[in-house]
Design a protein around this ligand. Structure first.
Ligand SMILES: *Cc1c(COP(=O)(O)O)cnc(C)c1O
Length: 435
């Protein structure tokens, strides 16, 4: 796309792709191959030392996946991105890389269930612990938890399922003052609604399973690097350590910063994590994500508008105790949402069901348009009860810390007609509360 400063809507369709490089195919081809012909042994040496770009083996790179990586990097304004097999693989790779050799992460305690659970109980097995911030709005609390062994501040830009919004700029300022990068899971917002690098984030994580692909038909993850964070030798020796695996054409070992001064994070993930752990994104899955991405703006625009209508409807139901989303009348996040999410804080929200478990069972069972399954960011409107599903792996005290009451119901708004959705909810309320 040259160096032109095209708008978001143009880039989400064209960035990272040039038809001339792909036999003039207009749509990104699916390179469904495990390996690539190396040509001759000099070329092989150039490929292995990164002095020539080209396919080697799909575990560490594939042309279809590359288009997605470049497109997302451009949309977010980063220097590089890497596609992986799932959002959880993206989170795990980022945390393991930052925490190499051990350390701690400071995190908001309202996270995607599996992220919160792994930070709490899984990463400690690898010497990486997490200190959860209780008052997520209080920047001082993040700062007070930072120590010499802190490796990152980890946040979700729109938290799931509580739709909390934080003061990203203030948090990033504190992190950078102490030489610590900020990692933001931007899954619910997508780069259409929020671009974390513009507010101080250093690494972005996506579950591309959700809004970015948008059709509920694939599992995919992406890590994006902003490229200007200064990793100190003391806190982050991994980016200053020479390895033969990163050697130059003459066979001299190099550090990630020497190999890729503008994207040492993504280069390390590709060279070590994809190579050794291998949670690779397949070409066909990358194709599906690219396909979905090309309609991202229109989908989000309509989903946000429908979210507003559903929230207005639910706020007037006596069977609904509260609604959590910056669109809700009494939301405490209105000011922050206006600043950071001028196009709306996403199309996922939760509400408090004002009935018994038995009534909730009837309510969900009676829905005909809304679908009961645990995904978000789909063309279908989805309803779930996180306390017994997505967040059920959290022990009761973790659920309390994450602010998830037992009657919380989450909705991820799809692309159906808004009146049909409201009508569906209405008839289900009637059935559930019929005495
Ligand atoms: C779904 C989700 C993930 C995990 O993504 P997978 O693709 O399912 O592995 C991570 N973060 C958030 C916010 C999510 O919604």
């Amino acid at each position: 796309m040259g160096n032109k400063n095209y708008h978001f809507d143009t880039k989400r369709i064209h960035a990272g792709y040039s038809a001339e490089e792909h036999l003039n195919a207009v749509n990104t081809p699916i390179y469904q191959t495990a390996a690539f012909d190396l040509g001759d042994i000099d070329r092989a040496r150039r490929l292995w030392t990164g002095s020539e770009n080209g396919g080697i083996y799909t575990r560490v790179g594939n042309p279809t996946v590359s288009v997605l990586e470049q497109r997302i990097a451009e949309l977010d304004g980063g220097t590089a991105a890497i596609g992986v097999a799932s959002g959880m693989a993206a989170i795990t790779y980022a945390i393991l890389l930052l925490g190499e050799g051990g350390g701690n992460i400071i995190s908001a305690s309202s996270l995607y269930g599996a992220a919160q659970e792994s930070l709490t109980n899984f990463f400690p097995k690898f010497g990486i612990t997490t200190k959860f911030v209780k008052n997520r709005e209080d920047v001082n609390e993040y700062e007070a938890l930072i120590d010499d062994n802190t490796k990152a501040i980890y946040l979700e830009s729109i938290s799931n399922p509580n739709i909390e919004v934080y003061d990203f700029e203030a948090i990033a300022q504190v992190a950078h003052k102490h030489g610590i990068p900020v990692v933001v899971d931007n899954t619910i917002a997508t780069p259409y609604l929020f671009r974390p690098f513009e507010y101080g984030a250093d690494i972005i994580i996506y579950s591309a399973t959700k809004g970015i692909s948008g059709h509920g038909n694939t599992i995919a993850g992406i890590v994006v690097e902003k490229g200007d964070f200064v990793y100190s030798k003391e806190r982050f020796p991994q980016f200053h350590t020479k390895s033969y695996k990163m050697r130059d054409l003459e066979g001299n070992p190099r550090t990630p910063l020497e190999l890729a001064p503008n994207f040492p994070f993504v280069a390390s993930l590709r060279t070590f994590y994809l190579e050794f752990i291998g949670a690779t994104l397949g070409a066909f899955d990358a194709f599906l994500v690219l396909q979905g991405l090309s309609t991202l703006s229109e989908r989000l625009e309509k989903q946000v508008a429908t979210t507003k209508k559903l929230i207005e409807y639910l706020e007037n139901k006596k069977e609904v105790e509260w609604v959590r989303h910056p669109f809700a009348k009494d939301s405490q996040y209105k000011e922050l949402a206006d600043k950071y999410f001028p196009n709306g804080a996403g199309a996922v929200f939760s509400f408090g069901f004002g009935g018994t478990r038995e009534q909730l069972k009837t309510f969900i069972k009676s829905l005909e348009v809304l679908s009961y399954h645990v995904n978000i960011g789909d063309v279908r409107t989805l309803i779930a009860n996180p306390p017994e599903t997505t967040h059920s792996e959290l022990e009761p005290q973790l659920q309390e810390l994450a602010g998830i009451p037992g009657n919380l119901v989450r909705i991820s708004v799809g692309l159906e007609n808004a009146e049909d959705l409201i009508g569906d909810l209405e008839q289900a309320f009637e059935k559930a509360f019929r005495e």
